[in-house]
Design a protein around this ligand. Structure first.
Ligand code: GDP
Length: 531
């Protein structure tokens, strides 16, 4: 019902949203916890009834049915589900071989991140890389220490590692009773009560929870309970308590313990998300003025997914809503061009069995099909013009020269490269020395190159060759330093087409150091992951 939405309705709907992503290293259990969260939402929705033998395999295929029954909408980009009276949006951060800038950009569209750690492995490299993006954007982070059902590290040692390597102060909300591998349950520090976890018989996924008062917990779990309370006393002495302001300012991280595979601790995580995770906040526009969530509709494109199937070359632009109410079919303005943009194709993807997309509110993500006019970072809005800042470019670590196999295809080659740059598939770098015919592609993950080559072939009918360059380190530099770096072996300066930034590339950090030692005063600024 267009026009009926009042500002208070939009603000109330925004306040019900919790939009987050899970950041983790491959194998820490992201898929498992995603399924557990979705299942949990289903279980809660059905008044605590656990149906049938919902094994892990079944959960995934049940999603389509869940979608229809419960209005849960699942795409490769976002899982939306109801929990209590909330609407939870869990955005997917592709984290395996396809790790790329796409993964980072998802983090520009969330209000909170769940950092998922494997209890035996602690903070792993990919988790840290993703965390850096959260840090740069001051995104609040909740930590979930997973796989507590298997032998792992000491909980206090894990907290030390988090504090040392992320600079976030861990403030546990729950604490495990029983060392990793002998997991009985968790103490909720806010109540002092223990929740004992029991695996459900017959392979059902949801755990049975039993609430124990301290005396009962001590009686049942003597040694383990004693140890947990001693550790908790230590935490209390050091003042590691949850502080909502410090969490919202991204200086502390609430910590929970669990085992996603057995659904232990997953409800507690949902509760912490519900109670503490930030709701969608006013997003600043390019002038720095925050746009209130109940202003007219506005959102930005944070992900473009191209379908590489030749017969069906759809391109879906995923838009994070920042303000206002979206109704399917509304015509909005594309801020970059000032042209009207019809959203009727939202229905192709999200219609029929994805009713929830009929309308959407701040915090939600909509997928616009065939949105070829849209580029990464573009703003769409209703009413008076607004433009959100462009999405950040991320530190590339892989570099390759791209050439058309046949020079007669050069025009198409150039158009294709421009398109891939606009979509943010890769970063495109140029220099006079290399010329137009041989741009350098830069990527966070090498998979981005494969996508670029495949798309040039499929969409622009250009066969290309990649020649990998030995550079590994990029720094922002300036024209004076460019001059001085010219002719240095193992180094090269190129211009990033997207923003005109001069990037100095080096074959290694060590090589860069030795060049900088011999030429004091060179400008070599580290690029922030989100800067
Ligand atoms: P992802 O790569 O982060 O998505 O990880 P997956 O969810 O695929 O999990 C990787 C492996 O860890 C799988 O074999 C899971 O069954 C297992 N796993 C996930 N969570 C747990 C857990 O809490 N305990 C144990 N023991 N294994 C787990």
């Amino acid at each position: 019902m267009p026009g009926v939405a009042t500002t208070s309705l939009v603000a109330a709907e925004a306040a019900r949203r919790r939009t987050f992503a899970v950041i983790s290293h491959p194998d820490a259990g992201k898929s498992t916890i995603t399924e557990a969260l979705a299942l949990h939402a289903q279980v809660i929705g059905e008044a605590g009834a656990v149906h049938g033998k919902t094994g892990r395999k079944g959960v995934v295929s049940d999603w389509m049915a869940m979608e229809q029954q419960r209005g849960i909408s699942i795409t490769s980009a976002v899982l939306q589900f109801a929990y209590r009276d909330l609407v939870v949006n869990l955005l997917d951060t592709p984290g395996h071989a396809d790790f790329s800038e796409d993964t980072y950009r998802v983090l520009t569209a969330v209000d909170c991140a769940v950092m998922l750690l494997d209890a035996a492995r602690g903070l792993e490299p990919q988790t840290l890389k993703l965390f850096e993006v959260c840090r740069a954007r001051r995104t609040p982070v909740i930590t979930f220490i997973n796989k507590w059902d298997r032998p792992g590290r000491e909980p206090l040692a894990l907290l030390d590692e988090i504090e040392e390597r992320t600079n976030l102060r861990p403030t546990p909300i729950t604490w495990p009773v029983g060392i990793a591998g002998h997991f009985h349950g968790v103490v909720d520090r806010r109540t002092g009560e223990m929740t004992a976890f029991h695996r459900t018989p017959g392979g059902a996924t949801a755990a049975i929870e039993e609430h124990l008062a301290p005396a009962e917990a001590a009686h049942r779990h003597g040694e383990d309970w004693h140890r947990a309370t001693e550790e908790l006393d230590l935490l209390t002495l050091t003042g590691a308590g949850h502080d909502q302001d410090a969490f919202a300012a991204a200086t502390t991280t609430p910590v929970l313990f669990g085992a996603a595979v057995a659904n232990f601790g997953v409800r507690q995580l949902l509760d912490v998300l519900a109670t503490h995770a930030p709701t969608p906040q006013p997003r600043p526009d390019t002038s720095g003025t925050p746009r209130s969530v109940d202003a007219p509709f506005a959102g930005f494109v944070f992900k473009i997914q191209a379908n590489m199937n030749k017969a069906h070359r759809d391109q879906v632009a995923f838009v994070r809503i920042c303000s206002g109410r979206f109704t399917r079919g509304m015509t909005v303005t594309h801020a970059t061009t000032g042209r009207p943009f019809a959203t009727k194709y939202a229905q192709q993807m999200f219609g029929a069995d994805r009713e929830t997309i009929d309308e959407a509110y701040p915090g939600d993500v909509i997928g616009l099909v065939n949105a070829t006019a849209l580029s990464i970072g573009d703003t769409l809005h209703d009413g008076p013009p607004v433009t959100f800042p462009p999405l950040p470019s991320f530190v590339p670590e892989h570099f390759a020269v791209l050439r058309a196999a046949d020079t007669s295809t050069f025009k198409r080659f150039r158009r294709g490269v421009e398109q891939l740059d606009a979509e943010g598939v890769v970063q495109v770098l140029r220099s006079d020395r290399r010329g137009d015919q041989a741009p350098v592609l830069a990527a966070v993950g090498p998979m981005q190159f494969e996508v670029a080559v495949a798309r040039l072939d499929a969409e622009f009918n250009v066969t290309t060759h990649l020649e990998h360059l030995p550079y590994q380190v990029a720094r922002r530099t300036d024209p004076a330093s460019e001059e001085r770096l010219r002719g240095q072996p193992d180094a090269e300066v190129l211009t990033r087409v997207r923003d005109g930034v001069l990037l100095a590339l080096f074959t290694s950090g060590w090589r860069m150091g030795s060049i900088a030692d011999r030429q004091p005063g060179l400008t070599l600024d580290p690029l922030l992951p989100a800067g």
